[in-house]
Design a protein around this ligand. Structure first.
Ligand code: GRF
Length: 194
């Protein structure tokens, strides 16, 4: 069995999109691929409830309980590695990861970022795209490297920026596309590995 571990911090809608696609397309039966666990760094993340409702094991590791980023990441690696994952998916996991963590999962760590990378790394991507007068915006699934929001691009989706868009309306439009490209990128990751 090829295990996926998904890390979240919040709503978990991208995690749910991957899980629903996995169920619909019977990844476990047909591809030997399953989501072994969803892990959150926040105990109150809504996505934990969603994951449970989808029948996925959940775990919480609160970063506040650790003295340093290094100590948290080391503990997180232990929790993740209980599942011996072939792929670790960052789905709205709002933590900057240490180089040690990134190197440990080199080649099997992917993230979704709500911009058309390499434009708008970091936070507030939608407002920044609006402020820059962009006519299109979007999302990127990419391999994670030690540089923030950098690494090989695996999938992208483009949406228009419409007159009168706020960061919220644009974010909602981008999110609908994230829910399409992220499951596709995960599926493709395993197709290249058979
Ligand atoms: C997504 O827009 C993702 O690109 C960004 O945070 C959001 C997470 O949403 N990094 P969700 O938790 O998957 O609903």
């Amino acid at each position: 069995m090829k295990n996926i571990v998904i890390l979240i911090s919040g709503t978990g809608s991208n995690m749910a999109a991957i899980a629903r696609t996995a169920q619909k397309e019977a990844w476990q039966e047909k591809r030997d691929v399953r989501i072994a666990a969803v892990i959150s760094n926040k105990a109150d993340a809504q996505g934990l409830i969603l994951a449970k409702s989808l029948g996925i094991d959940t775990d919480v590791l609160s970063h506040g309980a650790f003295e340093s980023r290094e100590a948290f990441d080391a503990a997180l690696m232990v929790r993740i590695d209980l599942h011996a994952p072939q792929l670790v998916v960052l789905a709205g996991f709002m933590r900057i990861l240490t180089p040690n963590f990134v190197q440990h999962y080199a080649g099997r760590l992917i993230n979704i970022h709500p911009s058309l990378l390499p434009a708008f790394t970091g936070l507030h991507t939608h407002q920044r795209a609006i402020d820059a007068g962009c006519q299109v915006a979007g999302a990127t699934v990419h391999q994670v490297t030690t540089a923030l929001d950098y690494g090989a691009i695996l999938a992208q989706a483009v949406v228009p920026v419409l007159q009168g868009d706020s960061a919220e309306t644009l974010a909602a439009r981008v999110l609908t596309q994230e829910h399409l490209i992220f499951p596709q990128a995960v599926r493709r990751f395993f197709e290249h590995r058979v």
